[in-house]
Write a protein that binds this ligand. Structure first.
Ligand code: AMP
Length: 116
């Protein structure tokens, strides 16, 4: 369930370099190349799913795995208590530019609300 032309499938398969900070059977997490905060990690499922709209009920465990990975990464980065943000953009109008779902995890600085 990977797409040969998908950038994030290639990272998950080890075919493209990335600064990987966490991985398990379900997810891979790596630093965003255009970091918007001292900690800015992208957490992706190994399975190719283009957008949130393409998830189905069988994908519930991998969605959970994204959040559990965020919890581990925050702990390792020492930002669990001070706080961090996770966000997933769905489609171009919300800013999605890579069509393989990914949870942005941002922390290490004060984060404003609402986001732009
Ligand atoms: P989005 O705009 O929500 O789809 O987020 C896509 C993110 O992927 C952006 O923050 C990009 O900076 C990031 N990105 C694109 N290519 C790479 C890459 N090769 N390695 C790490 N991050 C990337």
């Amino acid at each position: 369930m990977t797409e040969p032309d998908c950038l994030f499938c290639r990272i998950a398969a080890g075919k493209l370099d990335a600064d990987i900070v966490f991985q398990n059977d379900a997810v891979v997490a790596f630093r965003d190349i255009n970091a918007q905060a001292p900690t800015h990690v992208l957490i992706i499922p190994r399975k190719h799913v283009a957008t949130i709209n393409d998830l189905d009920s069988a994908d519930a465990p991998i969605v959970g795995a994204l959040f559990l990975a965020a919890q581990d990464i925050a702990e390792a980065a020492g930002i669990s208590d001070v706080g961090y943000r996770v966000v997933m953009n769905c489609n171009e109008g919300a800013g999605q530019s890579v069509f393989h779902i990914h949870l942005h995890m941002l922390g290490g600085r004060k984060l404003g609300w609402p986001p732009g």
